[in-house]
Design a protein around this ligand. Structure first.
Ligand code: PEP
Length: 250
C-alpha cells in the first residue's frame, strides 16, 4: 500500500498574512512529524502562489480546490487546470460537496474536470459522499456508487487520482463517521473501483474526510482501506494539521 496522503483544504480562508503564516508554520514544524505521510495543502486560488513559494523544497505539495473543465477560454471568473499547474500546484480537489451543493455540480461536470486536471498533470482528489437524508434512507451506498460511476473517467485508476469519501453530514460539523462506518464505506468504494476499473481499482487511494482532527486522526487512519485524510477546519491550524500528519501510517 502506498503512503497515506494527508490533504488540507483551506476552503475560502486566508488573506495573505494568514496564509503565508500558516504555510511558514507548516514548513517550520514538519521536521517533527516523521515521514509516513505524503502532504498537500490546498489554499484558495489567491494564496496558491504564496504557498508554493514558501513551501518550495519542503515535503508539502500544493493543490487547488477546483478547476474548470476547459483548458482556457471565455469562462469569466473560472480557473483552468493548466493555470494551477503554471503556479506550481500539483493536486486539485474536485467534486467537493460544497461545490456539488453550492454550484450545482453534477457527476458529469466533475468527470470532465477530472479529465482536464489529469491532462494538465494534476493529481485529482475526487470527493464523494452521502447527505444525512440519504444515509437515513439507507441510500448511502447507492449515492456513493453512482457518484463513483459518474465522476471518475475511463482510465482513472491507471493514473495517480485519489478518491475522498466525505459524508456530507460529517463535514465541518464535528461529527465523524464511526470506525465501522468508515470501514464499511471504504470497502464498498474499493469494490466499486475494482468493478469499474478491474485490478487497477486496487491501487486507488481512498481518503476519509469529515471532521478529522488531532484527537481522532490516529483511529480513523488505522481503519482498513483508509489511504489518508482530507482535512478542512483542522488544516487551518499548523499544530493540528501536523499532529494529524504525525498519525499517518507509511
Ligand atoms: C472538507 O472540507 O473536506 C472537510 C472534511 O472539512 P472538515 O474537516 O472541516 O469537516
Amino acid at each position: 500500500m502506498s503512503r497515506q496522503l494527508i490533504a488540507g483544504n483551506w476552503k475560502m480562508n486566508g488573506l495573505t498574512a494568514d496564509a503565508d503564516g500558516l504555510a511558514q508554520a507548516l514548513r517550520d514544524g514538519v521536521g517533527q512529524v516523521g515521514d509516513a505521510a505524503e502532504l498537500v495543502v490546498c489554499p484558495p486560488f489567491t494564496q496558491i502562489a504564496g504557498a508554493v513559494r514558501i513551501l518550495a523544497g519542503s515535503r508539502f505539495a500544493v493543490g487547488g480546490q477546483d478547476c474548470h473543465m476547459a483548458a482556457k477560454g471565455a469562462h469569466t471568473g473560472d480557473i483552468a487546470a493548466p493555470m494551477l499547474r503554471d503556479l506550481g500546484a500539483t493536486h486539485v480537489i474536485l467534486g467537493h460537496s460544497e461545490r456539488r451543493q453550492n454550484h450545482k455540480e453534477l457527476d458529469e461536470t466533475v468527470r470532465e474536470k477530472v479529465v482536464a486536471a489529469t491532462e494538465a498533470g494534476l493529481v485529482p482528489i475526487v470527493c464523494v459522499g452521502e447527505t444525512e437524508d440519504q444515509r437515513s434512507a439507507d441510500g448511502h451506498e447507492d449515492t456513493v456508487g453512482w457518484q463513483i460511476k459518474g465522476s471518475l473517467p475511463h482510465g482513472f485508476a491507471d493514473g495517480p487520482g485519489v478518491v475522498a469519501y466525505e459524508p456530507v453530514w460529517a463535514i465541518g460539523t464535528g461529527r465523524t463517521a464511526t470506525g465501522d462506518d468508515v470501514a464499511t464505506m471504504h470497502a464498498f468504494i474499493r469494490a466499486e473501483l475494482v468493478r469499474q476499473f478491474g485490478d487497477a481499482g486496487h491501487g486507488v487511494r481512498i481518503l476519509y474526510g469529515g471532521s478529522v482532527n488531532a484527537g481522532n486522526a490516529a483511529a480513523l487512519l488505522a481503519v482498513p482501506e483508509v489511504g489518508g485524510a482530507l482535512v478542512g477546519g483542522a488544516s487551518l491550524a499548523a499544530a493540528d494539521f501536523l499532529a494529524i500528519a504525525a498519525a499517518a501510517r507509511g
